[in-house]
Write a protein of this length. Structure first.
Length: 531
């Protein structure tokens, strides 16, 4: 594939609305080696690798817009926002390098660590740079410096053992068993407990004594999970999200220029340059193992291989009775009820945090978390589980426009808020009756730390689990296509190769897990190419 100078992605020119590349009858008449169902970023990565290997690949997307949860829309005029995915940190370097994403205009800027204001008026900026981070800890909680160093060293140790930056990375290829993971950890009991056993609070309380510092990190153990930070295994979620190697420092998160949808759009461009054909607005009605698919309109499209980027419940439905019973049982046993709400906000100016006043400060370049107390963490989780809206929620906030002004009108800003916990189903009423109240609870949970909210808010949209399901097709509104606690990770995740002939999976339900990783698609493609 010829290398092109960076320019606007062709897929981005239409915000991923690609349409039909040819009449349906013409697509159905062609001979395909593989059909990919769903044009999320993993499906597009899979298609790119298969096409690069010389396979004739057709990607079918039910929605008009490609990208799934990692796409771009304009919820407010002039503001380009990804409805779900909001930041990149675990996109695998293999995908970026092997598919030459940099040459296609992919740009990534690291965030400045994580900033957390506290209820007592203090705050901490946990820089990715260890020296600057330690200076902040000395200021807030000097007695915890040694414990923080031990906690951080454990993360480094576990990552170096399980995810070295070479072909030994256990995220690459087939999922290892717990025994194989433990073998890599060579009897390091702390690391074994970190990966498989500890709750997030157990992990934090082991190393830190200042409750503010514990609470600063607590949310990193429940991201996307329908679990409390007191639940066994949640420390592993922190490991999962902070073992990425995209930046100068381990576990850095950052911003994709143009918005997260650019990941999917660039992968679509690459796949098409290798010869893959992508059709959007063309839903699949049925997967026929070993034969291909039947479109919702009744047309048959033949291929010996079908790769589903859809979540496992959707894939099971599309198999229409053709699923292996054991596989079906595994799919049905995986919890897939979402508990997160995404709030996308247009701002006239950035939030002015009272703990560190100013409208463009170093912490605005960071991830911002607003915390809960330990009691609130547990009560918030239990309240949402009972179908009621908590009075306060944990939030994680990103300001894309601080790093990238291309996604909003001049002088204006975007604020992406990821928050937990909210009910998937309300005990009384539904999301239509509760959506506005949910939005106010989320915004108030942030506004308590700011002097200019809600005044700076121009507009916002609230996406609860049913909205996410409706918008991007994720069953239950679960952003990871199923839980990512240890009981559902490594070889407990669904295998890329299913028991059904010619049927493969490449979505977040497979190894290594959820988020914008891309490796799920590569792993599936490599499995298919083995024959």
């Amino acid at each position: 594939m010829p290398t092109q100078s960076p320019k606007l992605s062709p897929a981005a020119e239409t915000l991923g609305v690609l349409g039909l590349p040819a009449p349906v009858k013409e697509l159905a008449a062609r001979s395909w080696d593989a059909i990919v169902v769903g044009a999320g970023h993993n499906g597009l990565a899979c298609a790119a690798y298969l096409a690069r290997a010389g396979k004739q690949v057709l990607v079918l997307e039910a929605r008009e817009r490609i990208g799934g949860a990692c796409t771009l829309e304009e919820p407010f005029p002039g503001y380009k926002v990804s409805p779900c995915a909001y930041v990149a940190g675990i996109l695998h370097p293999l995908i970026i390098d092997e598919l030459q994403m940099w040459a296609r205009g992919f740009e990534w800027t690291a965030a400045n660590g994580m900033f957390v204001p506290f209820d007592d008026g203090t705050s901490i900026h946990l820089w990715d740079d260890e020296e600057r981070c330690e200076a902040e800890i000395k200021e807030l909680a000097p007695g915890d410096l040694a414990g923080w160093r031990a906690m951080h060293e454990l993360l480094l140790r576990a990552t170096d053992a399980l995810r070295p930056p070479d072909e030994r990375d256990l995220w690459v290829g087939r999922a290892p068993s717990r025994e194989q993971v433990e073998e890599r950890l060579k009897g390091d009991q702390e690391a074994i407990n970190f990966i498989f056993e500890w709750s997030m609070m157990e992990y934090l309380e082991r190393y830190l004594s200042d409750e503010r510092l514990q609470l600063a990190y607590a949310g990193q153990g429940i991201i996307g999970a329908n679990a409390s930070p007191f639940d066994k295994g949640t420390a592993s979620i922190y490991f999962y999200h902070f073992c990425g190697r995209m930046g100068e420092f381990l576990g850095q998160w950052g911003f994709v220029k143009g918005g997260m949808g650019m990941v999917s759009f660039i992968l679509a461009d690459i796949a098409r340059d290798y010869g893959a054909v992508i059709a959007s607005g063309l839903p699949v009605g049925r997967i026929i193992p070993g034969e291909g698919v039947e479109l919702s309109g009744g047309e048959r499209v033949n291929a010996p291989v079908v790769v589903s980027n859809a979540d496992p419940r959707v894939t099971l439905r599309l198999l229409a009775g053709a699923a292996d019973s054991g596989w079906q049982a595994q799919v049905e046993a995986m919890p897939i009820t979402g508990c997160t709400v995404k709030v996308n906000v247009a701002l006239s100016e950035l939030p002015n945090f009272t703990a560190r006043p100013g409208l463009l400060e170093p912490h605005h370049y960071a991830v911002v978390d607003t915390p809960l107390s330990k009691a609130e963490w547990q009560s918030c989780f239990e309240t949402a589980l009972a179908g009621q809206l908590p009075e306060r929620v944990w939030t994680e906030i990103y300001f894309q426009t601080v790093h990238d002004q291309t996604v909003a009108p001049a002088g204006k800003h975007t604020m992406s808020i990821f928050s937990q916990y909210v009910p998937h189903t309300f005990a009384q009423g539904d999301w239509n009756t509760h959506r506005e109240k949910v939005g106010q609870v989320v915004l108030n949970s942030i506004g308590r730390y700011c002097s200019n909210l809600p005044q700076a808010i121009l507009d916002y949209e609230v996406l609860g689990p049913p909205d996410i399901e409706r918008k991007v097709g994720l069953t239950g509104g679960h952003i990871f296509q199923g839980e990512i606690t240890p009981d559902y990770m490594w070889d407990k995740r669904l295998a890329h190769r299913t028991p059904m002939p010619g049927v493969f999976l490449c979505g977040a339900c497979t190894h290594p897990g959820g988020g914008v990783v891309g490796l799920n698609g590569r792993n599936a493609a490599m499995e298919i190419l083995k024959g």
